[in-house]
Design a protein around this ligand. Structure first.
Ligand SMILES: [Fe+2]
Ligand SMILES: [Fe+2]
Length: 268
């Protein structure tokens, strides 16, 4: 089915803590080969101890074979990210943070075949604690930077809680960009499809890290929090892990997605 010249872009859902980073180190190179992947994007907002990202944790993710790291509402949880994200162009933060925020919300990257693609990162505003600018207008601004309809593929990590906001984003940009891929809920949804205009869409690609906790966090602490409503320190879960994501396929020279396939692998 795959043509020789296909681009296959793998997005990996929120990498949670050390178990997530270790899993990438042991599994990603093999997966890259097995799935004929030409670019890897991973959401790293939970890379450092479950919340935030640091230089050390980002470098581990890059050295495991990830080309671009996207983030989300937890991007600034570790203070050093304010400096690090400012000068590391391979890390994106949501483009709809207020003007003046450090770092970049989108960038042009090259696949292993030499094709240029735009990766953009946005954060939702529904049921999320931080005040973001409008993600829809923000993506319009990104498109405008590339002449309204980009001539190269544009794939978006839309980091958002509400399914309606994510689906609306897919509909709003269907036919104008290559893919809208949801992150943040840490639960992979079963709605991956190509929308009528040719944009690949999935509400959430899931998470990468411990599979037996609550969204990657140690179960008992989360359950206790629900029972008692007392503050407590969340710690990253241990035990079996999973790697969740999606591969978007497009033929060389095209911006239209041909196919989207979910990835959901379990490890002991
Ligand atoms: Fe997350
Ligand atoms: Fe998040």
């Amino acid at each position: 089915m795959m043509t020789e010249t296909a681009e296959r872009i793998l997005f990996i859902g929120d990498v949670v803590g050390r178990p997530g980073r270790r899993l990438l180190k042991s599994a990603l190179l093999g997966l890259r080969r097995e799935l004929s992947v030409t670019l890897v994007v991973a959401n790293g907002e939970n890379a450092a101890g479950g919340v935030g990202i640091t230089r050390k944790t980002a470098e581990e993710i890059f050295s495991a074979g990830v080309d671009v790291i996207t983030t989300g509402n937890h991007v600034w949880d570790k203070r050093e990210a304010l400096e690090y994200v400012r000068w590391e162009p391979r890390i994106l933060r949501p483009s709809n943070y207020p003007p003046g925020s450090p770092g970049r919300g989108f960038g042009v990257f090259q696949t292993s075949r030499g094709t240029e693609v735009i990766i953009a990162n946005l954060n939702g505003r529904v049921f999320i604690d931080t005040a973001f600018d409008c993600p829809f207008r923000s993506l319009e601004d990104v498109l405008r930077a590339f002449g309204r309809t980009p001539s190269i593929p544009l794939l978006v990590d839309f980091h958002a809680e509400a399914t309606s906001e994510k689906i609306a984003m897919g509909r709003a940009f269907d036919g104008r960009i290559t893919a809208v891929l949801g992150t943040h809920t840490h639960v992979q949804t079963n709605d991956a499809r190509i929308l009528p205009g040719g944009t690949a869409y999935v509400t959430d690609i899931g998470m990468t890290g411990p599979s037996e906790g609550v969204l990657g966090v140690h179960s008992e602490t989360v359950v206790d929090r629900f029972y008692t409503q007392l503050p407590g320190r969340f710690k990253v879960a241990s035990g079996p892990t999973m790697l969740n994501g999606a591969v978007v396929t497009l033929s060389a020279g095209s911006t239209e997605a041909l196919q989207i396939d979910l990835v959901n692998r379990s490890f002991d």
